[in-house]
Design a protein around this ligand. Structure first.
Ligand SMILES: Nc1ncnc2c1ncn2[C@@H]1O[C@H](COP(=O)(O)OP(=O)(O)OP(=O)(O)O)[C@@H](O)[C@H]1O
Length: 800
């Protein structure tokens, strides 16, 4: 809609609710609060406006104007009707300026287009040809058709205006637009209405109005009018001729009377409902109908005045537009035709009709009616000029003054309005400018934020890169550590290889060289001069063992002398190896080396005397407890730790090579890696380096280290429990296979052991060397803490 006031140049979308006494305007359909409300009592007029294709205007009593744009003609009429229906009956004129257009044109081929069907029929039945339309006066043809259909029963529309001289315009593009003048009061109708026409042919019957009007509007509307019955029917009111001047047509059924409506009592009090209904009927004729204020209203005014003189009723007060039009008409009519000429025509015209003598061909009819229409218009002007002449000069001057005042007032109002618009425009421009600045500022802030975000992202990337660099550094460190570890392992392997090589060296050394080396190691002299044999205490593979006494020192402890005949020794290198190692180590858990002699083809090895003999015998003679076993194992581990600390691997740990003292002390012996053959353990004796105590890595011929002694200690612990090592009954080769295949051996009766002992065994008998415990780990194991004191092992030693 378009409002009056500051924003009058704007069209805004609004939501309207029409009620019985008001028209409320809302911002939109969801709004609950009306922007403003127009009281229907305030409305002066409702009518079509040309501001938009489909629009109407509401003019209030205070001359405020609201314009409403619709989507179609039907909507425009519906709104006008509905508003008008609700208007209080205060004598407001009905809707005016109705437009219902039929656009008829002539295309480039000279053919009519947009022609209503009924017109087409008439045209085809007539002598009007296409050539006629183009070469002669097409406007006249249109006029004729229009008139013909309206006045001779074709079209059923209002039948008065054509004869009145409707203004048909021909535009430059050969498009014809028929403008049909509609009068806003019945009084005018009585003046202009031609006499009834006789039916022509079979087209005499007026077709019904278009369905949508009949169905939706007209029926209801007429019903309402009938029920309101505000006007007397036509038959009950005075004939128009009486109202006028006695001339003109007799009372005949008009469109209004045909539809059952009454005619207005006076022009000034024309029923809006009747007007609305009438206009709708005009619309139904599909002919463009307009109220030409420049013509109709002055004429109306005239007629009203004439009516007043005839009826004694006051004329309708003129609206501003009326007056302006009237004024303009006054000016325009200066060159109007002479009264006598137009009057003469009008009389002739009306006579023709009243006498019912008109029987023109369509062409003749068109031409003559066109001329007549002009004359009728002139007649109207004449009446106006006549009126102006009748008025006193003073009245004319006063009107002129009034007009002048109104013009000035309007000019001032226009100027004020324009000024206000200008101010409003400036305010808007300033506001737009402010918004632009805010937008720019916002954009700057966003840009800063973007830059900061980019910087943060870069910083994050840098930090990630630093972290990656730190990670790489850690990797490098790790690699270095691994490299060091590998170096250590290599070094250890080298040492092992060196020891092995040494052993090999001795073993491969020619015997004379071994003997020479041996002589350089032993104590020179005759051992008989020092030690006196007391008794034989053992027999080994390489010789006999004697309990001996030092005859040079009566306080010296007894010793065990191992006497070996060199000629019987196939591995003299092992004897040399044993002496060299034993001289190098001294530990409470290692049998102490005392002396050695090479005399008379015999090698004497003088050792600390261990009264309890071999652990194997202790095991055979005793059922040991876990704490006793724990003590034995712990003592062995201590001796191994010493050896290992000396980079010496015993390589032949077994119960045979562990001696027990009379006080229960446990000591390692037999460092020559020599095979041991005893009377009771023949199998062991038959193999050098018996395999039953061997670690998997040895039997798999892998590099090995001190942990082979840990594995062997575990097997020794099983000996303590079960009396012998696993697979002892198996062939040695199969034993090797089983060790390699089974890895950790199973116990015969695991349930008889404590979990602590089993855990200890598991730590010793771990196939994976790295996971296998070392000496320190075992000393810290709970099983080691179960150990009895060493002296408690003395009970296990058989008294000799
Ligand atoms: N230091 C010792 N104290 C007490 N008895 C010992 C000592 N050394 C050996 N014996 C006893 O002498 C026996 C023989 O010992 P020997 O070391 O000769 O046996 P072997 O180890 O079987 O022989 P070889 O060492 O020649 O292989 C052992 O069974 C042990 O009882």
């Amino acid at each position: 809609m378009q409002e009056d006031g500051l924003r009058s140049f704007l069209w805004t979308r609004r939501w309207f609710v029409l009620r019985d006494i008001s028209l409320a305007v809302y911002k939109n359909a969801a709004s609950t609060q009306a922007l403003f409300v127009i009281g229907l009592r305030e409305i002066q007029s409702v009518q079509r406006t040309e501001l938009k294709a489909f629009a109407f205007e509401i003019i209030l009593m205070n001359e405020k104007v609201y314009n409403f744009a619709c989507r179609s003609d039907d909507e425009v009429y519906a709104w006008i009707d509905e508003i008008y229906k609700r208007l209080p009956r205060t004598g407001i004129s009905g809707p005016t300026n109705f437009v219902h257009a039929v656009h008829v044109g002539v295309d480039n081929d000279g053919l009519f287009r947009g022609l209503p069907e009924e017109w087409k029929g008439v045209l085809q039945a007539s002598a009007l040809s296409r050539t006629d339309a183009l070469q002669n006066n097409p406007q006249a043809v249109m006029d004729a058709l229009n008139f013909y259909t309206k006045n001779m029963g074709h079209g059923g529309g209002h039948n008065r205006a054509a004869g009145q001289g409707g203004a048909y315009q021909v535009d430059d593009e050969s498009a014809y637009e028929t403008d049909y003048i509609a009068y806003e009061d019945e009084e005018e109708e009585t003046v202009s209405r031609p006499p009834p026409r006789p039916p022509i042919g079979n087209k005499q019957r007026r077709p019904p109005p278009p369905r949508h009007y009949r169905d939706k509007t007209q029926g209801e509307y007429e019903d309402r009018l009938n029920s309101e019955n505000r006007r007397p029917p036509l038959q009950q009111r005075p004939p128009a001729s009486k109202i006028r001047d006695g001339r003109g047509s007799p009372d005949v059924p008009t469109q209004s009377s045909l539809s059952g409506r009454g005619t207005p009592d006076t022009y000034a009090h024309a029923s809006p409902s009747a007007e609305s209904s009438r206009n709708r009927a005009l619309s139904s004729s599909r002919t463009r109908v307009v109220t030409d204020a420049r013509i109709a209203k002055p004429i109306n005014q005239r007629i009203a005045e004439r009516s007043q003189s005839a009826t004694g009723r006051p004329p309708r007060s003129l609206s501003r537009a009326d007056e302006d039009n009237f004024d303009r008409r006054d000016e325009d009519f200066e060159d109007a035709p002479s009264k006598s000429e137009s009057t003469k025509f009008l009389e002739q015209y009306e006579d023709d009709y009243s006498n019912d003598v008109v029987s023109f061909s369509p062409l003749q009819l068109g031409a003559s009616l066109s001329a007549k229409a002009q004359l009728l218009s002139s007649r109207s002007r004449e009446l106006l000029v006549e009126k102006s002449r009748e008025n006193p000069r003073e009245q004319s001057q006063n009107r002129e003054l009034e007009r002048q005042k109104r013009r000035e007032k309007r000019a001032q109002e226009e100027a004020a309005k324009l000024e206000e618009i200008e101010r409003e425009k400036r305010r808007w421009e300033e506001e737009v400018e402010r918004e632009k600045e805010l937008e720019i500022e916002k954009e700057r802030e966003l840009e800063k934020e973007r830059v900061a975000a980019v910087a943060r992202e870069k910083e994050r990337e840098k930090e990630k890169e630093r972290e990656r660099e730190r990670e790489r550094e850690r990797e490098r460190e790790k690699e270095k550590e691994l490299s060091k570890q590998r170096e250590k392992e290599k070094e250890l392997a080298k040492q092992q290889e060196a020891k092995k090589s040494e052993s090999i060296r001795w073993s491969k050394m020619p015997e004379d060289q071994v003997m020479e080396k041996l002589r350089s190691v032993v104590t020179p002299g005759d051992p008989h001069m020092v030690y006196k044999k007391v008794k034989k205490i053992g027999q080994g593979a390489s010789g006999k063992v004697y309990l001996s006494k030092n005859i040079t020192d009566p306080n010296a402890p007894v010793v065990a002398v191992k006497e070996m005949t060199l000629s019987k020794q196939s591995r003299k290198d092992l004897l040399l190896n044993e002496i060299l190692i034993m001289k190098d180590v001294a530990h409470p858990n290692i049998v102490q080396y005392v002396d050695s002699y090479l005399f008379g083809g015999d090698l004497w090895l003088v050792l600390e005397y261990m009264e309890g003999g071999q652990l194997t015998d202790v095991i055979d003679n005793n059922k040991m407890t876990e704490p006793q076993i724990a003590c034995i194992c712990t003592e062995i581990i201590k001796g191994l730790l010493h050896l290992h600390s000396k980079n010496i691997i015993h390589r032949d740990i077994k119960s045979d090579n562990v001696l027990v003292g009379k006080d229960g002390g446990i000591k390692l012996t037999d460092f020559g890696f020599s095979a041991k053959i005893t009377v009771t353990r023949k199998q062991r004796a038959t193999f050098v380096g018996t395999p039953y105590w061997m670690a998997p890595e040895i039997v798999k011929v892998k590099p090995y280290g001190p942990k082979v002694d840990i594995w062997a200690t575990g097997i020794l612990a099983i000996e303590c429990i079960e009396g012998e090592p696993p697979y002892l009954d198996e062939d040695p080769l199969k034993a090797v296979y089983l060790i390699a295949a089974n890895g950790t051996p199973t116990l015969k009766d695991p349930d008889s052991l404590s979990n602590t002992f089993k855990s200890y065994l598991g730590r010793c008998l771990e196939v994976d060397v790295d996971r296998r415990a070392n000496g320190e780990d075992l000393l810290n194991h709970p099983f080691s803490r179960m150990a009895v004191p060493v002296h408690e092992l003395a009970v296990l030693v058989k008294k000799k």
